[in-house]
Design a protein around this ligand. Structure first.
Ligand code: FAD
Length: 504
């Protein structure tokens, strides 16, 4: 009997409990020799971070794995479908004040070659249309407030994410974890005991309860009670290239006169950016900013002015963010999952995606052979590489901005603290070389694919100035924008609106 103890009942804790239970408790129920016992400790005294309302397409895989249907969870969690993220006001270049980062679909195979072709040749000085917004089905669906769920006669795969009430998702996952056989304990841990080899032995709660296990999963959020506080694993801040360390969040009731959106909107403000996330009954807003450039009061005022709710009594919540990652995600008999292992600010809503990958990787490693040094080292190397690759993609959003209105944006554009990997990517783009080849060479296209990097770089309009371009009529014929647009439009006819799909 192996005992696993998960500390923390936030989203990361419940996701871990569900996936581990699904993997071990179900499968080995009749096999006493391989039985695993999983306990999750939750506390009503320590609050969860309580944000995190947007996902990548990975979350669908979680619900599918747990056999929780959309009909079951989406209405309860006020969830909506998400086609991707619209970036507004990050670039000041004419024609590029906004662009969409789409989730991929099967029909992209027909349109991406034209996008890559045009964005390659325009960097060689040929005047072609390479704005990403013209090439993707999910961009079109988002513009039309359509859900990415097609009629049955249009059987092409579309990857999509969700927007949801995070607290309600955690409740659904808790109930699933209990159904799958996870034991839930209510306790606030105040002391951690280690054995002579440094492994965690036992957790002691305020009320006298004790918890022993073979393996511990630290899902205790930013405070990282086990991995960072007890096992003293160091934390590397990303502060020298990701300046944001605070957020102020609020939500307003949904305006039923407006169509229900199927995209997240990320708008650059004076000292950071604001998310706008549509749920069925309300819209969530959050201003993610840097305390080095503004303070909580000014940030909240800027957000309220922006939303035209200065006089309203809608309350706002202020959140500290610790942006960076631990040196080792798995150390001794403890693995950290969620905010306890690190956090990259929420610009691309990747945190839950990383949680999922982290749990699956850990389950895989344990199933292969327990706590061998080699498996642990491989796991740590993979998690670190994932964090670094996602960080670089986020850093590029700031580095490439062309705003000059505040010191915050000018400092971001001037920032030279870039990883070698990111420097090579930018050099490849600006010297007109093949970006896909560079990403493959660096083996980082599994984290963000070439399409995402192209959307970002082309979406900001980082091309030679119009006056330097020569006419590209002959090249334009090869991939006619009109034909691509007609094709996307025709595909889009197979998709109903978000509101219709959700029966609202
Ligand atoms: C501003 C902001 C915006 C975000 N937006 C997104 C987004 O759009 N998409 C996305 O994927 N992610 C987002 N995230 C990240 C997301 O919120 C987290 O990844 C997710 O909620 C998981 O958090 P967690 O479970 O690790 O931590 P928490 O939610 O903080 O949970 C920690 C848990 O540990 C428990 N705990 C702590 N100490 C003890 C103790 N001593 N004894 C017992 N229990 C204890 C607490 O009770 C709590 O339940 C965002 C984060 C922030 C800060």
């Amino acid at each position: 009997m192996k005992k696993i103890c998960i500390l923390g009942g936030g989203t990361a804790g419940w996701m871990t409990a569900c996936l581990m239970a699904k993997h071990w408790l179900n499968r080995h129920a009749d096999s006493p020799t391989e039985k695993v016992q999983i306990t999750l400790i939750e506390s009503d005294k320590v609050p969860s971070v309580g944000v995190g309302e947007g996902s990548t397409p990975q979350l669908k895989k979680l619900f599918d794995t747990l056999d929780i249907s959309e009909q079951e969870w989406m209405p309860v969690c006020h969830a909506t479908y998400k086609n991707g993220i619209r970036f507004v006001d990050w670039s000041t270049r004419a024609g590029f004040k906004q662009y969409f980062h789409p989730f991929p679909t099967q029909v992209d195979d027909h349109t991406v070659p034209g996008f890559f072709h045009n964005s390659f040749l325009i960097r060689k000085g040929i005047d072609l249309n390479a704005h990403p917004d013209h090439f993707f089905l999910t961009t079109h669906l988002a513009k039309q407030n359509k859900a990415p769920i097609s009629a049955a006669n249009f059987p092409f795969e579309v990857n999509y994410g969700y927007h949801f009430d995070a607290a309600k998702v955690a409740r659904i996952l808790k109930s699933k974890a209990q159904q799958l056989g996870v034991t839930v304990a209510s306790a606030t841990i105040e002391h951690v005991e280690q054995d002579i080899a440094g492994n965690i032995n036992q957790l002691f709660a305020q009320d006298g309860q004790t918890f022993s296990a073979d393996y511990f999963v630290d899902c205790s959020g930013f405070q990282s009670l086990l991995l960072q506080q007890s096992l003293a694993v160091p934390f590397q801040l990303f502060a020298n290239n990701l300046f944001n360390d605070k957020a102020v969040v609020l939500s307003v009731p949904r305006n039923k006169q407006q169509p229900l959106m199927s995209q997240t909107i990320s708008t650059a403000l004076k000292h950071g950016w604001m998310w706008q996330i549509p749920l069925q009954h309300r819209t969530g807003f959050g201003y993610v900013y840097s305390s080095g450039y503004t303070n909580a009061e000014q940030a909240e005022r800027e957000l309220r002015i922006r939303l035209n709710i200065e006089a309203s009594d809608i309350s706002a919540r202020h959140i500290n963010m610790r942006v960076g990652q631990v040196d080792k995600h798995w150390y001794k008999n403890c693995v950290a999952i969620g905010l306890s292992q690190g956090f990259i600010e929420p610009l691309e809503a990747t945190a839950l995606h990383i949680v999922q990958e982290g749990i699956e990787g850990f389950i895989d490693a344990l199933s292969k052979g327990g706590f061998s040094n080699q498996l642990q080292a491989e796991y740590n190397q993979q998690m670190t590489a994932r964090f670094n690759a996602i960080r670089d993609y986020i850093v590029a959003h700031y580095k490439l901005n062309t705003r000059s209105d505040t010191l915050y944006w000018r400092d971001n554009a001037a920032n030279q603290n870039l990883s070698d990997s990111l420097q090579h990517i930018l050099k490849t783009w600006f010297s007109g070389q093949n970006l896909s080849d560079e990403l493959t060479r660096q083996q980082i296209d599994k984290y963000y694919p070439s399409v995402s990097w192209h959307c970002l770089l082309a979406g900001y309009g980082h091309f030679p100035e119009k006056s330097q371009l020569i006419e590209g009529n002959d090249f334009a014929k090869q991939y006619s924008i009109d034909k691509i647009q007609q094709f996307i439009h025709a595909c889009g006819l197979n998709y109903p609106s978000q509101a219709q799909t959700l029966g609202m």
